[in-house]
Design a protein around this ligand. Structure first.
Ligand SMILES: *[C@@H]1O[C@H](CO)[C@@H](O)[C@H](O)[C@H]1NC(C)=O
Length: 286
C-alpha cells in the first residue's frame, strides 16, 4: 500500500486512524515499555565522527533538506565509522540548529544491530517543536524532526527500511503473510501501529528487537494478542537482521556528493523520482 508523501504527512498531523484492531497491547505506547530497557541493555557500537570540511553534501540529504525549506548551507555532513562490521562509514546529515547533536545521532544509530544499520543510507536530523520521523523507503533515508532521542523511534524508522528493503511495492507489510498474521491476532502493539499495516510492522519490529535484546517482551494488556505478527517478524528477520554482530553485507551506499549551493539537476532529479515516504507519524510520547 503506497501513499504519496503529502498524504501521509497529512494523515500524521491529523491523527486520522484506520484502526486495524480495537485492542492495543500497550495502550500508552511503546516508549515507556521499551526505551529504558534498550538503553540499559545495549551499548552503542564504538565509532569515530568526522565532519566534512568542504562545500559538498550527499544529494539525498540535499533533497531532503531542500524539500523541508532548509538551506543546505545551514547543514552539516559527517562520516560515522563504526568499529565493527562495515569499514565504510555512514554519512549523516543534520541541520545546524537541530536539537539532536551528532554524538547523540551516532550513538543511537550505533545501538541498532549492524544488519539493520546496513539498510539505512543517510540518517538525517532537522529541528521541530516535537519529535516526528519519516522513512524514505525506496532509498533508505531516515529523517528525524525535532528532539528524537529515544531508541524506539530510531528502531521504528529503520524497521520501515527492513519492511521495504528499498522496494516498498514488495514490502512485507503489504504481503499476504502479514495480512494473515494480522487477521489471526486480536491486537496491535499501540495506536501508532493501529494507523496502518506499514506502521504496525515498524512497531512490531521495535518489540521484536526488544525481545532479541532482553529475551522477553514487555507484558501486553492481553498476553499473546499480537503473537502472530511478532513471530512472523522473528521468523523472517531475526537471524538476518535483528541479531547483533556479523560482517558487513549489503550496506546501502551513500548518495552522490554534490555542491551545497549549486544545482546538479541529474543527481537531484534522481533523488526526487518515485519517492515513497513510509511514515509521517508524530511521536507524542517523546
Ligand atoms: C567521508 O567518506 C567519504 C567516502 O564515503 C570520503 O570520500 C571522504 O573523504 C570522507 N570525509 C572525511 C572528512 O572523512
Amino acid at each position: 500500500m503506497l501513499f504519496s508523501s503529502t498524504l501521509l504527512i497529512l494523515l500524521g498531523i491529523a491523527g486520522v486512524q484506520a484502526d486495524l484492531k480495537n485492542k492495543l497491547a500497550y495502550p500508552n505506547g511503546l516508549h515507556e515499555k521499551v526505551d529504558a530497557g534498550i538503553l540499559e541493555h545495549t551499548n552503542p557500537e564504538q565509532h569515530n565522527i568526522k565532519k566534512w570540511n568542504n562545500d559538498l553534501i550527499p544529494s539525498g540529504c540535499k533533497v531532503r533538506f531542500t524539500e523541508l525549506g532548509i538551506d543546505p548551507k545551514d547543514t552539516e555532513v559527517y562520516n560515522i565509522t563504526y568499529a565493527h562490521g562495515c569499514l565504510q562509514s555512514w554519512i549523516f546529515c543534520r541541520a545546524k540548529n537541530s536539537p539532536v547533536d551528532i554524538k547523540t545521532m551516532a550513538s543511537l544509530f550505533g545501538r541498532l544491530p549492524l544488519h539493520m544499520r546496513a539498510l539505512v543510507r543517510h540518517p538525517i536530523s532537522v529541528p521541530d517543536d516535537s519529535c516526528s520521523a519519516l522513512a524514505y523507503t525506496d532509498r533508505g533515508d531516515i529523517l528525524f524532526k525535532g528532539n528524537c532521542k529515544t531508541p524506539s523511534v530510531w528502531i521504528h524508522e529503520t524497521g520501515h527500511q527492513m519492511d521495504a528493503m528499498l522496494k516498498p511495492s514488495d514490502a512485507e507489510s503489504g504481503s499476504q503473510a502479514w495480512k494473515t498474521a494480522l487477521s489471526k491476532d486480536s491486537c496491535v502493539p499501540d495506536s501508532y501501529a493501529n494507523v496502518n499495516a506499514i506502521e504496525d510492522f515498524a512497531q512490531v519490529t521495535v518489540i521484536a528487537l526488544f525481545k532479541v535484546i532482553r529475551g522477553f517482551i514487555p507484558k501486553p494488556s492481553d498476553p499473546g494478542c499480537f503473537n502472530n505478527q511478532l513471530n512472523r517478524i522473528l521468523d523472517k528477520y531475526r537471524a538476518k537482521y535483528l541479531i547483533y554482530g556479523g560482517i558487513c553485507e549489503g550496506k546501502v551506499p551513500p548518495s552522490r556528493f554534490v555542491k551545497k549551493d549549486a544545482q546538479d539537476r541529474l543527481a537531484l532529479e534522481e533523488e526526487d523520482r518515485n519517492k515513497v515516504v513510509a511514515c509521517g507519524v508524530k511521536f507524542a510520547d517523546e
